[in-house]
Design a protein around this ligand. Structure first.
Ligand code: FES
Length: 72
């Protein structure tokens, strides 16, 4: 994980792959760095344009999205 706060992103519709291993150089998106780790990205379907808060601290119980756990 790269940050102790969420990534606020205005997403366009489509399939998104958010990093679940913390090794991506393009965080919060998967860049394939998880290969061989046994970990996988979170696949999320965005149906219409919306702003999302992607977890940057790794503590959220609602991965891949922020639930405010970074404040604790
Ligand atoms: S690079 Fe982290 S899940 Fe793919």
């Amino acid at each position: 994980m790269a940050e102790s706060r969420p990534y606020i992103i205005k997403e366009q519709p489509g399939t998104k792959y958010y990093c679940g291993c913390g090794k991506s150089q393009n965080f919060p998106y998967c860049d394939g760095a998880h290969q061989g780790s046994g970990l996988h990205p979170y696949q999320v379907e965005i149906e219409k344009e919306k702003t999302v808060a992607v977890c940057g601290c790794g503590k959220s119980a609602a991965m891949p999205f922020c639930d405010g756990a970074h404040k604790a």
